[in-house]
Design a protein around this ligand. Structure first.
Ligand code: PEP
Length: 254
């Protein structure tokens, strides 16, 4: 405990106008206190990356993207390459988010292509995994996490491991305050993931990898998740849309 740095990520999804994005980024940057031991990453929509980057200049908040396409450039209408993200100052990219898996039909194989290409390009990857309610009810959580982790990270080179973090996000708990996971369920899932990571890459790498929890984390419940063994931070959707709420979660991670 205490060895792994906590990570708090704000996933703005497909929200904000440019004016709101500016205001939100300013609110977070100006409100950040002495939580130096917590890494903070903001992931605005693509069109606002450049303006958020300007606002974050001089702060210690890193910029991330919510997705990318696994090619350098080419005839991929509507897609965004990791080179473009790097050019805009992104250090991280979220991959395998449940909304992309379930609403846009992304497969483990496609996510793995993205993971490998993002890492080869120099980005840090936040790989999201998590079971649906049906899978949990059918006792398939462990098998599902196992599959998403091992397929998502297949053929990842060992020297890229320090640039990977995992986000455990039970699909049924995302954007669903009435139905969020218990801290114990999070701790158990994180232990499964860390165990599987150790099988894939060894104990040392598994001890070092940050595993964030995501699923309706808010200022009220954040501390209960973040003090659990093996919960190394949080991926925040809804509560990252309000600077004061997001800042309160960062303080809870300290
Ligand atoms: C997410 O988008 O990854 C997420 C966890 O959303 P929310 O916090 O709104 O559940």
């Amino acid at each position: 405990p205490g060895k792994r740095r906590k990570v708090v990520v704000g996933n703005w999804k497909m929200h904000t106008t440019s004016a709101e994005a500016r205001q939100l980024a300013k609110g977070v940057a100006n409100g950040l206190g002495n939580e130096d031991d917590v890494s903070v990453i903001l992931c605005p929509p693509f069109p606002y990356l450049a303006l958020v980057r300007e606002i974050l200049k001089g702060s210690r908040i890193a910029l991330g993207a919510q997705n990318m396409y696994p090619e350098k450039e080419g005839a991929f209408t509507g897609e965004v390459s990791p080179m473009m993200l790097l050019d805009l100052g992104c250090k991280y990219v979220i991959l395998g988010h449940s909304e992309r898996r379930h609403k846009l039909g992304e497969s483990d194989m496609f996510i793995n292509q993205k993971v490998r290409f993002a890492l080869a390009s120099g980005l840090g990857v936040i790989l999201c995994v998590g079971e649906t309610l049906e899978q949990r009810k059918a006792n398939q959580t462990e098998a599902l996490l196992d599959r998403q982790l091992s397929l998502g990270l297949a053929d990842v080179p060992a020297d890229a491991l320090p640039r990977i973090s995992i986000a455990y996000e039970p699909v049924w708990a995302i954007g669903n305050a009435a139905h969020h996971a218990t801290p114990q369920q999070a701790e158990d899932a994180h232990a499964i993931l860390r165990g599987r990571f150790a099988n894939l890459f060894g104990e040392e790498a598994a001890e070092a990898v940050a595993i964030q929890y995501g699923g309706s984390v808010d200022p009220e419940n954040a501390a209960a998740f973040l003090r659990r063994n093996g919960v190394d931070g949080a991926l925040i959707g809804g509560a990252s849309m309000k600077a004061d709420q997001f800042l309160a979660i960062i303080r809870a991670a300290k």
